[in-house]
Ligand binder design. Sequence first.
Ligand SMILES: C=C(O[C@@H]1C=C(C(=O)O)C=C[C@H]1O)C(=O)O
Length: 418
Amino acid sequence: MTAVSFLKKELQKIDSQVSQKITTFTFPDISLVDLLPFAATEEVFFFESKEEDFSYLALGKSKFFLKSDVQEFLDHNPEDILVFQDSFEENSATLCYLPEWCLVRRNGSVTLRVHHSLEYQSYSPSNIIFNLSIWESFLGPWISYEERPESDEWAKMINDANRLFSRSELEKIVLHRKKIFTYDSPIEMTVLFREVYEANKNSSHFTVYNQLNYMEAFISLTPERLFTLKGQNLETVSLAGSIARGTDEESDRELEERLTTSDKLIREHNIVTKAIEEKLRPVLSELTISPLITMKLPYIQHRQAVIKGVLKDTTTVLELIELLHPTPAVGGIPHDKAKVKILEIEKEKRGYYAGPVGVLSQKFSEIAVGIRSALILGPNLTVYGGAGIVAGSEAEEEWIETGTKMQPFIKVINKSTL
Ligand SMILES: C=C(O[C@@H]1C=C(C(=O)O)C=C[C@H]1O)C(=O)O
């Protein structure tokens, strides 16, 4: 039996019981991502953490939160999990809400929690989860494609950055570029997402699908976490410095050797570790930093260190997001100057690319960094790739690296039909 038909049968049994304000049901194990194409609400948020064996599917919105009201809600509602997403530019598109229908998969069992709101009041669980008017899913080949910036403009951007380094205005800046694909009709968003998900099962530590409305969705298959907070135990990573994977074991090991010994890559990574350590030291006790770990993804390898500690209880989870984001893994150093220069050089706001995204609750919060990401807007699909630039970075090398970082999406797009 598929997850969908199983859940449908179970939900039909309990439909009549859904009358209280909050209702909780537990089911045996099912894959939440299999339910996505059947979601009948306009807003859909999916978050999966391989670090924690945790997946979360939120349908509809029950209540919106201002940042200032989040902590009080979490303090008083230990069972609820809020959706959180912010743009790279803080506070310009903060999204924080309690979903109406919330499925959580943890340790092999799935729990559904329902908070009724006016919008979906008359829906029964089997109606909200199963949109039965599903048609044959199809995405044709794209009809046009644009590089933004083109490679010569990218070279100028890297030049601009190098000028800032030589004047000692900046030590590091992360710059990104985009590929924009246009289709002849609006993209079937959950179909595209599931293809990308299936094709990249081993490529991400966190997977995000945020359908903001019927025309717009953000997808991220990110290896980078801003933090995981379990009780007061905090874990984060310093992730920076990248190199390709080899075509065989020997070449892969040679590349890893370069990743661990290159002065430029060591510098790029150390800047991030030091900045995170400086930010966290005042709010953590028992801070530890692991030795260097190579993070090997199927398409790229990175330098990584794991940073742990115990958060003092004077800091709230939202203060932690504000404190850490953006780390110089996606921003730069000095922090404030880099933020200004990023917008000056990139010319457009980043929006959700490289912004914090995840879930918040009293006992467990996990926020990822929205890189290795794409945005669907009607018939347009924008894929993002960024790279840390330091003195000595070369435009062509960084062009190739940013292209490699888009691979998880490009390999699916180039299959032409879904
Ligand atoms: C900015 C991105 O990735 C970040 C930059 C890296 C680098 O410069 O080596 C490595 C990992 C990420 O922290 C991206 O993928 O868009």
